[in-house]
Design a protein around this ligand. Structure first.
Ligand SMILES: [Zn+2]
Length: 135
């Protein structure tokens, strides 16, 4: 396999960038999603098993915060300028929904990659006897 080179090669090797781009956090080549928001069972290039990691509902929370922080001030400003509740709703409700849908996949990939980097399925507890990895 040819190693990526250039000024962005270190950035492309980051699991976070790979996750945001929907690529395998381990190899950066395979696809992370098989459909919109559905993880593949394994990487089609390096056979990394994705079944052990799942971002759950975390990405939706972050997307709501990010989209709200972007859309709410713009909607308020638009409402103050136009003084039209109807046009503000007609423009910003679909815009907010579209923004949430556009951000959901990258956020889901990033949270998956963060979980992958921190070793999925290796949750340890100091309360479990014989769990020598626990600190
Ligand atoms: Zn892979």
């Amino acid at each position: 396999m040819q190693k990526p080179s250039g000024p962005l090669s270190g950035l492309r090797r980051s699991p976070l960038v790979r996750g945001a781009c929907g690529r395998c956090p381990q190899c950066g080549q395979g696809r992370l999603f098989v459909r919109f928001l559905h993880y593949a069972a394994q990487c089609d290039r390096c056979s990394a098993d994705f079944r052990a990691a799942d971002a759950g509902d975390g990405p939706a929370v972050f997307v709501i915060f990010a989209a709200g922080a972007l859309a709410a001030p713009l909607a308020i400003l638009f409402l103050l300028v136009t003084r039209s509740v109807l046009w503000t709703g007609l423009i910003f409700i679909p815009l907010s929904i579209g923004l949430c849908l556009a951000l959901l996949s990258p956020f889901k990939g990033v949270l998956f990659a963060l979980q992958w980097v921190n070793r999925p399925g290796r949750a340890v507890s100091p309360d479990i006897p014989g769990d020598e990895d626990a600190g």
